[in-house]
Design a protein around this ligand. Structure first.
Ligand SMILES: [Zn+2]
Length: 276
């Protein structure tokens, strides 16, 4: 069942569970992610990043087709679209949701560029996530952690002006693997959750700690992006196997699926598809 991320996140927000958005990079990982969703009867948001795939258009179409064939609620989302053309290409390639990332820009420019794409996306039933504040990289965590934290009053104004469907916030997580210990600002999350009415999104879920992530969901986060942890587990499963390269992606997907299932169960997604 192909749906938008908005469709999924509104149900998650109302029922207080978290939805994992795993990054998928080819047919095998799309198949693996959908398999886990079907196994535990859960919705899923497939995140596709331009730089992680050879052909975003083709991958969008594959994901769309597999989502239509499944009985689970599945959204196909562009992750970190940084150019106008990325968003348009995704909309034309079967994606049901787009993340428009203008988080490195000044507030007014961010609002302007995101609003333009919201008008286009909404006119064809595609939902939009964007980011205010800036979630940095784990390898420079200790230097960057405080640089881009999201301000609640600005976030409320931003959501009003852009008309986005979900907001990615910076509360102390980082992309990739952390150098240093993640410190999440739960007071800030509480302020954001009361200031903003659309579902809140946490990027950089990998390595953030189970306790932190569960607490973030209780504090109002509804979508958690996870990528690195799934592929690290996939790599470990591959290295543990002695068979030929022919089976390489099967083994990677064994690890990927195990970690994805772990997080989806941890975030309360088991059986959540029945709420749709
Ligand atoms: Zn991200």
């Amino acid at each position: 069942m192909l749906v938008t991320a908005k469709d999924i996140l509104l149900v998650a927000k109302a029922n207080k569970f978290g939805v994992v958005a795993p990054n998928v990079c080819n047919e095998s990982t799309i198949r693996a992610a959908i398999q886990v969703a079907e196994d535990i009867k859960a919705p899923i948001i497939l995140d596709i990043c331009d730089w992680q795939t050879q052909d975003m258009v083709l991958l969008g179409r594959i994901a769309e087709y597999m989502a239509v064939r499944s009985s689970m609620p599945i959204a196909v989302q562009l992750d970190h679209g940084s150019k106008f053309s990325d968003a348009i290409l995704a909309i034309r390639s079967g994606f049901t949701s787009i993340m428009v990332d203008r988080s490195a820009m000044p507030f007014e420019q961010n609002v302007q560029e995101v609003s333009d794409l919201v008008r286009i996306a909404h006119s064809v039933g595609v939902s939009v996530e964007s980011e205010l504040g800036h979630v940095g990289m784990g390898d420079s965590y200790d230097e960057d952690r405080d640089a881009g934290l999201t301000n609640a009053a600005e976030a409320a104004e931003y959501v009003k002006q852009t008309n986005i469907d979900s907001l990615a916030v910076a509360i102390g997580t980082a992309h990739g693997l952390y150098k240093g210990t993640p410190r999440l600002d739960f007071d800030r999350l509480a302020e954001l959750n009361s200031a903003v009415n659309v579902p809140l999104v946490l990027h950089g879920g990998s390595g953030s700690g189970d306790e932190n992530l569960v607490k973030a969901i209780a504090g109002g986060i509804t979508k958690i992006n996870i990528s690195s942890d799934l592929f690290v587990e996939g790599e470990a499963a591959l290295k543990a196997d002695k068979r030929t390269a022919y089976f390489a992606f099967d083994k990677i997907c064994d690890g990927y699926k195990a970690k994805l299932k772990y997080y989806m169960e941890l975030f309360g997604e088991t059986g959540a598809a029945l709420k749709f």
